[in-house]
Design a protein around this ligand. Structure first.
Ligand code: SF4
Length: 63
């Protein structure tokens, strides 16, 4: 599974990081900072889905 973020859409609400602050890395201004996306290990897939669903902007997606 791959986790991606649309930085143009993120508004730094931080709900994703409340689910898992190691998976959903934020920059110093609170915006998501996943670069080109990150690989998610099987044991963190549920957290990835929950965090993506928690984003009020729909900025996160899992593939
Ligand atoms: S929850 Fe969405 S809007 Fe908030 S920091 Fe995470 S990606 Fe950005």
């Amino acid at each position: 599974m791959r986790l991606r973020a649309d930085n143009e859409v993120c508004e730094a609400h931080g709900q994703c990081a409340m689910v898992d602050d190691e998976l959903f890395t934020l920059d110093e201004d609170g915006y998501i900072a996943l670069g080109d996306g990150i690989e998610v290990t099987p044991e963190r897939e549920q957290a990835a889905r929950l965090g993506a669903a928690a984003c009020p902007m729909g900025a996160l997606r899992v593939e």
